[in-house]
Write a protein that binds this ligand. Sequence first.
Ligand code: SF4
Ligand code: SF4
Length: 95
Amino acid sequence: MMKVEQKLFENRYRIDEGHGHVAIREPEICRERCTTRSCTWCCPAGCYGTDEDGGVVLSNDGCLECGTCRLLCDEFDNIDWSYPRGGYGVLYKFG
Ligand code: SF4
Ligand code: SF4
C-alpha cells in the first residue's frame, strides 16, 4: 500500500511568491505563551517548525489547504488563514 509521504509527492504545488496564504499573526505568542504548539505537529505537510531561538517558523510551500492548523490554534487564534489566489496552491492528483 502506498505511504502518505508517497501520496503527498503525487500532488503538485504552485508557489505564489510573496503572497503566503497562511501566516502567523504574532510570533511572540508562539514563542512565549503557547504551550501546545499544535501547529508544529498537526500539519500533514510539515509546514511548521521551530527555530534555534525557540520561535515557530512557517513555510507555505506544500500547504494542502486543509485548515487544521487554524482550527487547532484555537486558544490564541494566531493564524491568519485564507485560500491561495486563483491558479496557485495545491493541485490534487486523483486516482
Ligand atoms: S498553535 Fe498557534 S499560537 Fe501555538 S505555536 Fe502554533 S501558531 Fe503559535
Ligand atoms: S492548512 Fe493544513 S497543510 Fe496548510 S499549513 Fe495548515 S495544517 Fe498545514
